[in-house]
Design a protein around this ligand. Structure first.
Ligand code: ACO
Length: 437
């Protein structure tokens, strides 16, 4: 018997099957040969929420959730956060290697020279109500942008694909900032291509009457680190959405709109917004123990805590905590930090959290930093989507070039009614109560 195999005995039939093990996985399709009768469909796996299913082989991001390790293309996240810049990391994610000085110069130039958006997109923005959520506008504008670039549909043309990569990475800060300015009723601030990626974003967000906006270097660097930490996180909910939509050969603008929509949810990219709301609701350090009791009682979850993959301290949370102190040197300390620190201190000692391996995740501190930098709370998911764009695109390109991939289409276990005859309306018993709106 080959060593790297799994032997399965089907007790229904007594038959034995040998299934290959590769990379610590078995192919779900190999289970299909396990049948009771020849005409059977064969055995499937049932795995809602993909708790134990690898949907792809990937070479982009490595996570060991138990040990708290995160690496992009083999480079530890803390080294990248300390030594690299967001655009260099975006290059690494998409190309697989760190750039030479000349490659980085070209890359930065290409991204910088796609930051402008078609003037007509402003009309799309004008249609939004004054209090529209910026993430809703961001998602809509990504979808709208797809209509400006019909060449983006040419997804197997390498030159076109790179062009969309430049466009998307370059334009996401612009549409994000424009959505914000629309919301507060301020004139749009156009991109300044003499600034860094992060500096230009701050310019488009906060420029008022000054002729040239000068970003604070500490805040610029903090933004770069936060962007690095959020750039990719392997097969999370939004990346899975990006790959799934992209598997239908949808253009990358529309696919990205779908990925951003997934990120919008409070259990995913919406969590840092929820953290801030939670900290405000707690209001004071003295209220923390009582709040923890209510979490233990199952009234609600502690936002910014817990992770599907990390069952240890999220390595990004550790780095972010350091960035928080650097930012507060410039902006002054946010009183919510004390509540967050106390919450973390109690939770890390508390049996409920220890037993469930619940630690602070990346979102626990990022919101406090963003708030100190003057970003309004509802911009937080947008601030997540900007850097995640490079990760989504890297994963999308990897999926398209992977010969194992096809259009994503899970199976189901059907438990509903089977074939029955249509009942005329006057003969129906009305078993279901209609919900009142
Ligand atoms: N507060 C309190 N209890 C929690 C929390 C939390 N934040 N997270 C999980 N638990 C508890 C659950 O109630 C459950 O307890 P039980 O076994 O007694 O029923 C146990 O821990 C396991 O929880 P699951 O929901 O099975 O864990 P899962 O891996 O599915 O969920 C998730 C991960 C969604 C992140 C969850 O921890 C959560 O809701 N956290 C709060 C939201 C949040 O911070 N999301 C950001 C994630 S990071 C990101 O997307 C960038």
């Amino acid at each position: 018997m080959a060593e790297n195999t799994l032997t399965i005995t089907d007790n229904r039939t007594g038959k034995q099957y040998e299934i290959a093990i590769e990379n610590e996985t078995i192919k779900a399709l190999d289970l299909r040969k396990i049948k009771v009768a020849d005409g059977d469909f064969g055995l499937m796996t049932y795995d809602p929420a993909f708790m134990n299913t690898a949907s792809t082989k990937s070479r982009i991001t490595f996570i060991d959730g138990d040990k708290g390790i995160l690496e992009y293309r083999g480079y530890p996240i803390d080294e990248l956060a300390e030594k690299s810049s967001y655009l260099e990391v975006a290059y690494l994610l998409l190309h697989g290697e760190l750039p030479t000085a000349a490659q980085l110069k070209d890359w930065n130039w290409n991204i910088t020279h796609h930051t402008f958006i078609n003037e007509s997109i402003k009309k799309v923005l004008d249609g939004f109500h004054y209090n529209a959520h910026p993430m809703g506008m961001f998602i809509a504008m990504l979808g709208a942008l797809s209509t400006f670039y019909p060449d983006a549909k040419d997804i197997f043309n390498e030159e076109s694909r790179w062009k969309q990569v430049y466009r998307l990475i370059a334009k996401v800060p612009t549409i994000a900032a424009f959505a914000y300015r629309h919301r507060i009723g301020m004139q749009y601030a156009y991109p300044d291509n003499d600034l860094t990626y992060e500096g230009n974003f701050l310019n488009m967000m906060f420029k008022t009457t000054e002729l040239t906006y000068e970003p604070n270097p500490v805040l610029e660097r903090a933004l770069s680190v936060l962007f690095i930490l959020h750039a990719d996180h392997e097969q999370n909910c939004s990346t899975n959405a990006m790959r799934s939509i992209g598997s239908a050969h949808t253009d990358p603008f529309s696919s990205l709109a779908g990925a951003a929509a997934a990120l919008y949810g409070p259990l995913h990219g919406g969590a840092n917004e929820m953290v801030l709301r939670m900290l405000n609701e707690i209001g004071s350090v003295k209220n923390v123990p009582d709040y923890i009791k209510r979490v233990q009682a199952g009234e609600f979850r502690l936002m910014g805590f817990g992770h599907r993959v990390y069952k240890n301290y999220d390595p990004r949370a550790r780095i972010i905590k350091t960035v928080a102190y650097e930012v507060f040197e410039v902006t002054g300390k946010d009183p919510l930090l004390d509540i967050a620190l106390e919450l973390e201190r109690i939770a890390l000692e508390d049996e409920y959290f220890v037993k469930r391996k619940l630690y602070p995740n990346v979102d626990f501190y990022s919101g406090i930093i963003y708030q100190a930098m003057r970003f309004p709370v509802d911009m937080f998911p947008v601030l997540f989507a900007i850097p995640r764009t490079s990760g989504w695109l890297a994963q999308w390109a990897e999926m398209l070039d992977d010969p194992d991939q096809k259009i994503a289409r899970p199976r189901q276990v059907y438990l509903g009614e089977r074939t029955r005859s249509y009942v005329p309306i006057e003969k129906r018993e009305g078993k279901i109560e209609t919900a009142k709106a």
